[in-house]
Design a protein around this ligand. Structure first.
Ligand code: B12
Ligand code: SF4
Ligand code: SF4
Length: 238
């Protein structure tokens, strides 16, 4: 049945799926989740590439203008669970209602699933999707989903010659060691009046891995526009 549900999600643009047994999660993840019933499953859903945004554009008129991606993803995952596991009880951990505190480190779960490897600009990367994927839903459920094995999608930075992302960052915020990324510098530059990173990330665009999955202009503008709005609000910039 997981196969049928995954196929349904993929048809809707949500093409990355992982299922964890709650009992097998590392303690930090488990405790952030509030130590739920160990018999539950944790379903992680993501998207890679452009398919999701195309579905969203097609349904734009019926989605809330502020958070179309979260609204669409929640609806699709909820409908898929109901259709494939009628009677199952499911709780969304992510996305959460607006303003709710951050719950789980999604990249940490992505690393457990095998999707995430650190890139110098801090968005996760793998050899299949490059840096063009993200996490769209995280659900605790009693549906009898089969746990998925960790996948090996490959860590391209280790063998990247020239590392073009480093030189492409106009703020000089990147270091070959992803852990040394200077977030403060990056954010300062993004907020500057003449910034070339207001609605994108030049380093991410310079990465040669999986360029065929690179987000379209409108998708980039939407997600970077959202994060820029959050940054402006934090800094009290009108
Ligand atoms: C907080 C947050 C942000 C904040 C970070 C500012 C801050 N210092 O708090 C802001 C709003 C700037 C942000 C922006 C973006 N984010 Co963000 N963000 C998160 C979030 C909600 C929590 C990360 C966290 O606190 N982890 C836990 C702590 C302990 O780990 P940490 O490594 O110390 O966390 C720090 C860094 O991760 C950093 N950070 C978080 N996100 C990003 C993204 C980038 C590119 C960088 C440079 C740093 C950064 O800030 C964290 C707190 O200091 C996660 C979702 C989640 N729940 O995990 C998404 C997440 C990490 N972001 C993501 C993305 C894609 C972005 C954006 C590129 C835009 C977008 N939404 O498409 C932008 C661009 C960043 C930039 N260059 O400005 C994705 C990454 C996907 C992936 N493939 O890895 C995530 C996983 C969300 C998702 N649903 O997929 N983000
Ligand atoms: S350009 Fe090279 S080092 Fe930079 S993110 Fe892409 S693969 Fe990694
Ligand atoms: S958003 Fe711009 S400043 Fe920040 S890491 Fe990317 S290229 Fe550098």
């Amino acid at each position: 049945m997981s196969v049928a549900m995954f196929a349904r999600l993929t048809d809707s643009g949500l093409n990355l799926h992982a299922v964890f047994e709650v009992a097998a999660l590392p303690t930090p993840v488990n405790s952030v989740l509030g130590s739920p019933d160990p018999n539950l499953r944790l379903l992680l859903v993501g998207h890679g590439g452009r398919a999701l945004w195309r579905r969203i554009e097609a349904m734009r008129a019926s989605l809330p203008p502020d958070h179309p991606v979260d609204a669409y993803s929640t609806q699709v995952v909820r409908d898929a669970l109901r259709a494939c596991y009628p009677g199952a009880h499911s709780t969304f951990v992510y996305p959460q209602p607006l303003g709710a505190p951050l719950a789980v480190d999604l990249q940490q779960l992505g690393a457990l699933a095998g999707w995430h490897h650190p890139a110098p600009f801090r968005v996760g990367i793998n050899a299949i999707w490059g840096p063009w994927f993200a996490y769209r839903a995280l659900v605790l459920t009693d549906a009898p989903l089969m746990p998925t094995p960790r996948v090996e999608l490959g860590a391209p930075c280790a063998s990247c010659s020239g590392r073009p992302c480093l030189a492409a960052c106009p703020a000089g915020a990147l270091d070959a060691d992803a852990a040394c990324f200077d977030l403060a510098r990056c954010l300062e530059y993004r907020l500057a009046p003449d910034s070339r990173c207001a609605l994108s990330c030049l380093a991410r665009l310079a990465c040669p891995v999986a360029v065929e999955h690179r987000y379209e202009e409108a998708q980039l503008a939407h997600s970077y526009g959202e994060s820029l709005r959050m940054l402006r609000a934090w800094r009290h910039i009108p």
